[in-house]
Design a binder for this molecule. Structure first.
Ligand SMILES: C[S@@+](CC[C@H](N)C(=O)[O-])C[C@H]1O[C@@H](n2cnc3c(N)ncnc32)[C@H](O)[C@@H]1O
Length: 315
């Protein structure tokens, strides 16, 4: 991972404009900060999707379309702390379904904690965690002929551009057999006064989460970033429905990264693009899945209509 991390940092900071991949937010500190973000009053996303998972558990279970007497795999891409999924897992066990839960995450730290928590709460459940980048883990979907449901929650898809989402969902749909289902959780387009604070909380937790990317480069690659000389800058366009986060250099500076044996120049005000969080409506999702074999069969919404859990199967 650290070789790949070094390569990606070298490529991103060497590019114009500068960029760093958002998947590197999630080291041990990043995982902790993200758990804090999910509890922030401004971060409505987790609460909205949690409401769907707690208030509509039976509808969700019915939408999985699985036969309670046949074993299936419940694969979750980017499972994180699995807070919302826990309600679905409890519901499935209570209804007597026979399944194995397969959380996939790039953070080994988050997966170890998730597995320990699930074994404590639901000791009867089968769990088979997979550490890795889910873009490179789709081969696990070909490993068995077992019926399968894939969860891709938390608007994780929104971290990709629409072009990349379309390619990823096409690859994912190619792995699906008839009867398999995808539950795609996406955040709906809303006004800036609701969305922007979710990425710019008053307590500065999201800023710390973004800055941790530079701290991680310092820790793991011998970077010499002065963390006080960069500022978290969030933006949201109601027109495009895209929120973006940047780290802006507050002065002209040259930063050395030991493991790369390279230095990078920053002009005052120059930004590193670190994340996009695309917001959706059903038309946008429809156009993204246009070249895939997926079709939408059900849409679950929270009471404020902030968030959608879209159920799809393979045509
Ligand atoms: C925004 S959190 C969402 C967690 C959870 N799905 C939810 O809805 O609350 C994203 C999670 O996906 C993981 N992740 C991000 N990019 C990933 C990738 N390319 N491959 C595997 N896991 C990834 C992170 O480590 C993190 O645990």
């Amino acid at each position: 991972m650290s070789g790949q991390f070094a390569n990606d940092v070298a490529a991103g900071l060497g590019a114009t404009p500068k960029t760093l991949p958002s998947k590197y937010f999630y080291d041990a500190l990043g995982d902790k900060l993200f758990i804090k973000i999910m509890d922030l009053p401004e971060y409505y996303l987790t609460r909205a999707e949690m409401e769907i998972f707690t208030q509509q558990t039976h509808e969700l279970i019915a939408a999985l379309g699985q036969n309670p007497t046949l074993h299936f795999e419940l694969v979750e891409l980017g499972a994180g702390d699995g807070q919302k999924t826990l309600h679905l897992l409890e519901g499935l066990l209570a209804a007597g379904y026979d399944f194995t839960y397969v959380p996939v995450d790039i953070s080994s730290h988050v997966l170890t904690q998730l597995e320990a928590r699930l074994l404590r709460h639901l000791p009867q459940m089968h769990i088979a965690p997979k550490i890795g980048d889910y873009f490179e883990q789709l081969n696990i979907l070909y490993e068995t002929e077992t019926p399968r449901v894939v969860l891709y929650l938390g608007s994780n898809l929104g971290n990709l551009t629409d072009d990349k989402s379309a390619i990823f969902l096409e690859e994912l749909s190619d792995c699906f057999k008839p009867g398999d289902r995808l539950i795609l959780g996406v955040d709906q387009i809303k006004s800036a006064d609701i969305i922007l604070p979710a990425y710019n909380d008053a307590g500065g937790v999201t800023a710390a989460f973004n800055i941790n990317l530079l701290a991680r480069i310092n820790r793991e690659l011998g970077g010499e970033f002065d963390l006080t000389s960069f500022r978290h800058v969030p933006e949201y366009s109601e027109k495009t429905g895209i929120a973006a986060s940047y780290l802006m250099s507050l002065r002209e500076q040259c930063i050395r990264i030991e493991a790369l044996d390279q230095s990078f120049n920053f002009a005052k005000g120059e930004r590193i693009h670190t994340e996009i969080s695309r917001k959706y409506n059903l038309d946008i999702v429809d156009s993204i899945i246009g070249n895939t074999q997926f079709q939408i069969i059900k849409v679950l919404r929270d009471s404020q209509n902030y968030f959608l859990d879209i159920v799809m199967d393979r045509i």
